[in-house]
Each structure stands twice: as structure tokens, then as C-alpha cells.
Design a protein around this ligand. Sequence first.
Ligand SMILES: Cc1cc2nc3c(=O)[nH]c(=O)nc-3n(C[C@H](O)[C@H](O)[C@H](O)COP(=O)(O)O)c2cc1C
Length: 214
Amino acid sequence: MNTGVTRRRLLQSAAVSLLLESAATRAIAETEIQKSKPKATSFTAVVKHRAMIRAYKSDPVPEEKIQRLLAYAMRAPSAGNLQPWEFIVVKTPETRAKLAKAAFDQTSIASAPVIIATCADVQRAGSQYGARGSFYSLVDTAFASLLILLGAVEQGLGACFVGSYNPEEVTKLFALPEHVRPVGLIPIGYPAESPRKPGTPKLPLSKVVHAEKW
Ligand SMILES: Cc1cc2nc3c(=O)[nH]c(=O)nc-3n(C[C@H](O)[C@H](O)[C@H](O)COP(=O)(O)O)c2cc1C
């Protein structure tokens, strides 16, 4: 058989088994979302109130809420629906302390009762998209991270996306395989600070929106 065809078949069968496996994961995630009634929190309100919160109460975050955030993340779009994200949930004080050190002692990481580290499996997207897969896996994992941030608002929690950390240290701490890259550290907890009013200043639309061309 010609090697191009063999390679394509191998990729196809890998994609099928991945899809079957991810269908099972998705079923759990979807049940999590369907199980409880949605709160009367409009999309507009969630987007409006989304802001990075960097100080948290020490109260633990109920496991149900953490599972809900993860279920939301699973609903993110991904290139070819390959879902290249992986999540590491950190609660133990020792690991949180080591993570805070790897994130240059950022207090948000140090004080949060729970941290979800979002990681990208570059190989999963790369198997289908080659070199472009690396880019897709980061974009997809960023989308998943955003759903966690938005979900936190809906759940009455505060969260922050932390991208400033030493990637080698985080990789070592989590014993990540070579094909998995850390993307964001998301400290989560009940807010101990109010978001800035009327919100973090943003550039005016007119500065960044272009009609038809730059
Ligand atoms: C890729 C990326 C990396 C970031 N890294 C950090 C970080 O290391 N520490 C931090 O406190 N905030 C971090 N942030 C949050 C930004 O500072 C924040 O989104 C920005 O100031 C706008 O504020 P807002 O999200 O409240 O609207 C990061 C955000 C992004 C998207």
C-alpha cells in the first residue's frame, strides 16, 4: 500500500478513537451542564462583569462548581473538534506554593484555594494539522480558558488568567509530557476584592475596528 494512504488511514483511525473517547468525556461534561438549572445570569451581564480578580477568600470552592467550570471549558470550539486541551486541578497547599513560585510569586496564585492549569496537547492537533496544529492547540486552549473565566463570573467566583510564569518550572512541576505545553494558570476563589468600576478600561472600538481593510 502506498505510504501516503497508510499514513492517512492511521490518522483517520486515531481520529476516530479520539472522537469516541472524547464523546464519552463530552457526555459527562454535558450532563454536568444540564443537571442544574441555569442561573438568571444573562450573557450580557457575565461579559460585563468579567474582569480579572486577583484576591480570594480562603473558603474552599465547592467541587460541583469546579466541575461546572471544567464542563464549560469542554464546550469550547476547537480546530477539527480535536479538543487539544488538558486541565490540571491544583488544590494542595504544597503544589499551590510551588506554582506561585513558578509564577514569580504572584499573589493571585499564592492565595487562591484552587488553580486550574490549562494545557495544550500539541500532538493531538498536530496529528491532523501538522505544524499549524501547534497554533490551533494554543488558540483552542485559550478559548477553553475563557469559558472558565466567564463561568467563574456566573458561579459567583473570581478568577484570573495568569500567563506570566516559568514554563520549564511548570512543566517539571506537573510532569507534563513533551507534547503538552502549559498555557494558563487560572487561580479561582470567592472574590476578596471588587472588580474595578466601571470595569477595566478598554480601547475605543473605533481604534481597533477596520472596515474592509486595515
Ligand atoms: C495571555 C495573558 C496573560 C496574562 N497574564 C497575567 C499574569 O501573569 N498575571 C495577571 O495578574 N494577569 C494576567 N493577565 C490578565 C491581564 O492583565 C488582564 O486581562 C488585563 O489587564 C485586562 O483586564 P481584565 O481582564 O480585567 O479586563 C493575562 C491575560 C492574558 C490574556
